[in-house]
Design a protein around this ligand. Sequence first.
Ligand SMILES: [Zn+2]
Ligand SMILES: [Zn+2]
Length: 209
Amino acid sequence: MDELHKIARAYYTTANEESKSQGRRFFNSIDHDRNRRITIQEYLPYMKRNGHTKMANRPFFEYLNESRTGELEFMEVMTLFYIIKSGRKLCDGCDGLLKGTFFSCTDCFDLDDESFNLCSECFTESSYVHPHKHFLDNYVILENMKVALAEREQEIRKMEAAMANHGVQNAGASDAIVLYNQRSRSSVFATVFQAVATAATAFSACTIM
Ligand SMILES: [Zn+2]
Ligand SMILES: [Zn+2]
């Protein structure tokens, strides 16, 4: 069984009743004729109507249809539910679903809907058109997000301490608030990614020597 089908099955099996009924509502919203199976004639219009245009095609339907019956059964639709809900990305090079390790442009990472992601093959073979050059894999990104969040936590605590010492009306505290606002989630990530991307460039320069 494909990895994503396994993950989706594991989530569904262990989900609470509320989440399971969400899954059933999702299935019913696609299953127009209520026969408990989804045909491609039901699948395609649903996907297009809901803005999932990159997944609105026959190859993707066939990927979901692991049982090869030509119609999606309930658990196969739960894989789709998981893919949509978890915000799984498609490769911006080949449009394939990103299942394992993938590479993300560090300049575009913060732009939720416009992040630019590549499967290992497209990244390695440079099979893409994109103006930026700094990419990191999703595991490195996850680690750096943890570091960035920890740094931000620390900064918030410092700000809070400064505000408690000086009172919010005082000029020092309002400076602190401005600084706090400037250090938004995205700017923290952008700074971290910039640093890691620079380090990665230096590292590859070293290995060439
Ligand atoms: Zn690709
Ligand atoms: Zn980019």
